[in-house]
Each structure stands twice: as structure tokens, then as C-alpha cells.
Design a protein around this ligand. Structure first.
Ligand code: MN
Length: 355
């Protein structure tokens, strides 16, 4: 006789629909777990029952926050603000079920590697940031609020952009909590530009890495996968910055460089700009750039991240939003990359030494 194992759904009366480990037998709980009005039908990443998790004290929780922001993009009428919704809707096709004891989940299987991803953590989808006023001020305030919540729960976190400038505001907030931030930037571009006409007062998705260094927000930074030609003013030389271009990126070059920068008290933050992927793999970005790294190299680098302690958070940015019914198979690949990043985040051991 199989035992009840995974929570599959919650009906309108608040009763749980429960299955055995193989989704063959089903049960319904006699009592409701909480007032049913607390449970909504909102879509969540991997259809994970985030409302239930929000009230629990699961050890290893990943908070996911959508950041529908494109004001830091130089691309006119960019649709990167609707990327969080696209990725969330797509992830619903591969649901993850929570176990009854809240200690593990069904995970999802990557058929390529036969790995079970995300089976060791709870996923708390906090939804998308709401902006009363679509401005940098509004973004900063929202980021501050979300960090208060994350800190209270001691969770790890993933922000889904939005344009790449959101990384600057996230790290500025993180700097209040952590001194030694090692910043890892997956991107086709350096995002270190300087624009004499704007006097660089405005932070945008093409210059924020320069700001991170000049304002000492991060201690060291590593850029992976950059390529193409740049003029003076579009790159930035700094002893704290190490760069592995696309053609030189491998699991060995990445590991060596990471070992050089990683210190015992480092906290790793990873920003993943999806335009690092070669356009033949994923082209739904505003500034595609040919000559990207092999997808398996990117996956290997992501896997290495999970072996390091104190990977505290990630962001995933610059994808274009699209209707799920209309999107190409390329988005399947991007969801796969995102799921592996989340998995690395869940596996990293955190030693909590906040300020
Ligand atoms: Mn970027």
C-alpha cells in the first residue's frame, strides 16, 4: 500500500489533494489546512504551492520575485518587462510538488543529465513587484521591501528581470548586508559603458557594472561570455574585474578564475543576462550577439556555482516577454538554464555571516 507523499493541489475548500510518490494513488484531506481565502489561484513558478510555503518554516527556501522593469534599457519599447510572466507561465508546464513533510519536493528531471533538480528546497514565488510609479525610485523602494522579507526568513533569492539595470539596485541593497560581494556576470556585453553626453549620472543596463566598481558596491567582479568589438569608453579596466571572453570560457577557466577571486568570507551573487547565449540557441533578446559559448559549457559553469558556499542570490534578465502560446522552443532552453541556476542556488551551503 503506497503512502501519501506529495501535495498536488488545494481545492476551494482548502482541502489538499495528495498523491503517492509516483502519482498513481490520490487522497483528499478531511480538513482544510487554513482559511481558503488565503489561497488564491494566482500562477506561481513551477505551480509550486507558494501560499502554503509562505506560512511554513522550510529550511531551504528560494524566494522568487518578478521585476517587470524596463526603464533602464536603452532599447525603445523593450518588452523585457513582461519576461517574468512568460517564464512563470512556461514553468507551469513542469510542476514541482511539495512533500507532505515540507522537507523535500518531487523535483523535476533533466533528461539530458538524468539529474533531479530542485528536490531539496521549497519555492516561494512572491509574484511580481508592483510599481505605483514606474521609476528608479519605485524600484529601489520595492527592492528594499522585498529584502526585508527575505532577510526575515533567511532565504536565498532569485529576481527575474526586467532589464539588466535592476542588478545595480539589488546589489546596492545587498551591500548594506554584506561587505565582501563577489559578483559573477554572465553576459555577451560588458555593461561598463560610459556616455560623455549623459555624464554617466544615470545608471542603465549598459553601464551599471562600472558603477558597481566605482561605488565599491562589489569587492570583485567576474565577467563571462563577452564578445564583439568595443570602443574606448565601452570597456573598463580595473584590477578588481576579471574577464573570460566567450571563446575562452570553459569549466576549467571558470573554476580557476573563481578560485582566484573567492575568499573565505565571500558572498557570491550571480547575474545571468540571457543574451550570453548564442542567438542560434536563444534570440529573443534586444541585443543579440553572435559567437556565444556552447550551451553545455554554460551548464557546466552553472553546476560549478552550486559547489561554492555562500551563493546567496541570482538574477535572470533581459529576455523578451512573449505569450506562452506563441513562444518558440528556444524558451524551453531558457527555462532549462534558469532551473539549473536555481538548483545551484539551492545546493550552495550558506554560512550566515551578515553584517
Ligand atoms: Mn547585460
Amino acid at each position: 500500500m503506497a503512502d501519501p507523499k506529495f501535495i498536488i493541489d488545494c481545492n476551494e475548500n482548502g482541502q489538499l489533494i495528495v498523491s503517492d510518490a509516483r502519482l498513481i494513488k490520490f487522497w483528499k484531506t478531511a480538513e482544510s489546512i487554513q482559511q481558503s481565502n488565503e489561497l488564491s489561484n494566482r500562477s506561481t513558478f513551477y505551480n509550486f504551492p507558494s501560499e502554503i510555503i509562505s506560512n511554513s518554516n522550510a529550511e531551504n527556501t528560494l524566494e522568487i520575485i518578478g521585476v517587470p522593469f524596463s526603464k533602464g534599457s536603452n532599447f525603445a519599447s523593450s518588452t523585457v518587462n513582461s519576461f517574468p510572466g512568460t517564464l512563470r507561465d512556461l514553468s507551469n508546464m513542469t510542476p514541482i510538488y511539495m512533500s507532505l513533510d515540507s522537507e523535500l519536493t518531487s523535483g523535476i528531471l533533466d533528461l539530458n543529465t538524468q539529474e533531479k533538480l530542485l528536490s531539496n528546497c521549497a519555492i516561494d514565488d512572491l509574484g511580481d513587484m508592483q510599481f505605483d510609479e514606474y521609476s528608479v525610485y519605485g524600484l529601489e523602494r520595492e527592492v528594499r521591501e522585498y529584502f526585508r522579507h527575505i532577510q526575515k526568513k533567511g532565504s536565498k533569492f532569485a529576481f527575474i528581470g526586467g532589464d539588466h539595470s535592476i542588478t545595480y539596485y539589488i546589489l546596492k541593497e545587498l551591500k548594506k548586508r554584506y561587505d565582501n560581494i563577489l559578483y559573477i556576470h554572465f553576459d555577451a556585453h560588458l555593461d561598463c559603458g560610459s556616455d560623455p553626453l549623459r555624464l554617466d549620472k544615470e545608471v542603465n543596463h549598459g553601464n551599471f557594472v562600472r558603477h558597481l566598481l566605482q561605488e565599491n558596491i562589489v569587492k570583485t567582479a567576474m565577467q563571462l561570455g563577452v564578445r564583439g568589438l568595443r570602443s574606448l569608453g565601452q570597456y573598463y579596466e580595473d584590477p578588481r574585474l576579471s574577464v573570460i571572453p566567450s571563446a575562452k570560457l570553459s569549466k576549467d577557466s571558470f573554476r580557476n578564475s573563481l578560485n582566484e577571486l573567492y575568499e573565505k568570507d565571500s558572498f557570491i551573487y550571480v547575474s545571468f543576462d540571457v543574451d550570453i547565449l548564442d542567438p542560434s540557441n536563444f534570440s529573443a533578446v534586444d541585443y543579440p550577439s553572435p559567437g556565444g559559448p556552447n550551451i553545455s559549457t554554460i551548464m557546466e559553469c552553472i553546476q560549478i556555482l552550486g559547489e561554492y558556499s555562500n551563493l546567496i542570490g541570482i538574477d535572470f534578465v533581459e529576455g523578451r516577454g512573449a505569450e506562452v502560446q506563441e513562444i518558440s522552443s528556444q524558451y524551453q532552453l531558457i527555462l532549462n538554464v534558469f532551473s539549473h541556476l536555481l538548483d545551484a542556488l539551492s545546493k550552495s551551503q550558506n554560512k550566515k555571516e551578515e553584517k
